[in-house]
Write a protein that binds this ligand. Structure first.
Ligand code: FPP
Length: 241
């Protein structure tokens, strides 16, 4: 695919550095079409491929995706199994392409709960791409923000150093990355659901009624444009755009 220049989309220079996506509505998308839910997740995965490539092409610095929360274990065993199969398929089929495009993959979450072969695939994806200079792709798997903060607190306790904001932020999975500028949640819900609470402290939120499999590049670009129309204040008084 030819590299898309932000100029051709008229997105300008004011791109969000770090975007988070809460990928909701795969199940509803499938149910509406009379399909089993697992086909909704497959459609979500196909959409994800496109959006990752697009984000990388337009020069987004970091993209964080909520793929499997610590609460998602409550889903029927069959659905959890189907999701794991999809994650495996994704890592196996996309790794070379992502690597070639300079994408750096980071898994956020407790991987020890996953089957060994999945842990191996994720570890390989991370180590192979660790020093890549392109899009920082963070995939939240068995992730919860509060658990992440507890993990960070324990890392800091072990170090025995005095804790300040910088030390806390650097003990999160997103160490070294900018805060979230924009959080997109699809499928009509307007909540964070324990996703990157600290990193989203000053983020702008855009909610779409469309489900995740319907989040086309066009709609995603529309979310970025909506972000660009917002006036960010970070607690201060700022002149209107
Ligand atoms: C939420 O929709 C979606 C998920 C729990 C899974 C997200 C997974 C993917 C997009 C598949 C591919 C991911 C990777 C990282 C390769 P939902 O099932 O809660 O939808 P519903 O609210 O309509 O039931």
């Amino acid at each position: 695919m030819a590299k898309i220049q932000p100029e051709t989309l008229n997105l300008g220079k004011d791109l969000p550095k770090h975007i988070g996506i809460i990928m909701d509505g795969n199940g509803r998308w499938a149910t509406r079409k009379g399909l089993p839910r697992k086909l909704g997740h497959r459609a979500g995965m196909e959409r994800l491929r496109g959006l990752i490539r697009f984000s990388s092409d337009i020069g987004i610095e970091a993209l964080s995706l909520y793929a499997f929360s610590t609460e998602n274990w409550k889903r029927p065993k069959e659905e959890v199994g189907a999701l794991f199969e999809l994650f495996m398929e994704y890592f196996l089929s996309e790794l070379d392409e992502l690597h070639k495009n300079g994408v750096c993959i980071r898994i956020m979450g407790d991987m020890s709960a996953f089957p060994q072969r999945m842990q191996d695939a994720m570890a390989e994806a991370m180590s192979k791409t660790a020093s890549n200079p392109g899009l920082k792709l963070n995939i939240a798997l068995n992730y919860g923000s509060r658990a992440e903060v507890v993990r960070a607190a324990n890392i800091l306790v072990k170090k025995g150093e005095e804790v300040d904001e910088e030390a806390l932020m650097n003990a999160l999975y997103t160490a070294g990355l900018p805060d979230l500028d924009l959080v997109i949640r699809t499928a009509g819900e307007q909540r964070l659901s324990n996703f990157m609470l600290l990193q989203a402290a000053y983020a702008e939120f855009v909610f779409t009624d469309e489900t995740f499999p319907e989040l086309t590049e066009e709609l995603y670009t529309g979310c970025i444009r909506e972000y660009q129309r917002r006036t960010r204040r970070f607690g201060a008084v700022v002149e209107k755009k």
